[in-house]
Ligand binder design. Structure first.
Ligand code: SF4
Length: 91
């Protein structure tokens, strides 16, 4: 039996104001319109919480590009996750 996942990589956006030469982010492939909505991410957190997820790692792109980031964080916390965030310079 495969054990339940303990961590979730939450790539909330590919948008980023920086232009690092080493970036592997597919900026041209995933614009705002292709990102998961607040409701879709909330569903992901709820489902992951039921699977026993303990840790949500927010990354991107730059997560702060999402205007609903606080809602996403709250949804992850209410699903029981410990949070971690990677900023622009943390890629
Ligand atoms: S901060 Fe990260 S996502 Fe942004 S351009 Fe640099 S490597 Fe890419």
């Amino acid at each position: 039996m495969v054990p339940n996942p303990l961590a979730l990589i939450v790539e909330v956006t590919h948008r980023c104001p920086l232009h690092c030469v080493y970036c592997s982010n597919p900026l041209e492939l995933a614009g705002v319109q292709s990102e998961l909505s607040t409701a879709e991410w909330t569903s992901v957190f709820q489902q992951s919480g039921k699977l026993g997820m303990l840790h949500a790692h927010f990354t991107g792109g730059e997560p702060l590009a999402r205007t609903d980031l606080t809602e996403l964080i709250a949804a992850a916390r209410s699903a029981g996750s410990i949070l971690q965030r990677t900023s622009d310079s943390g890629c």
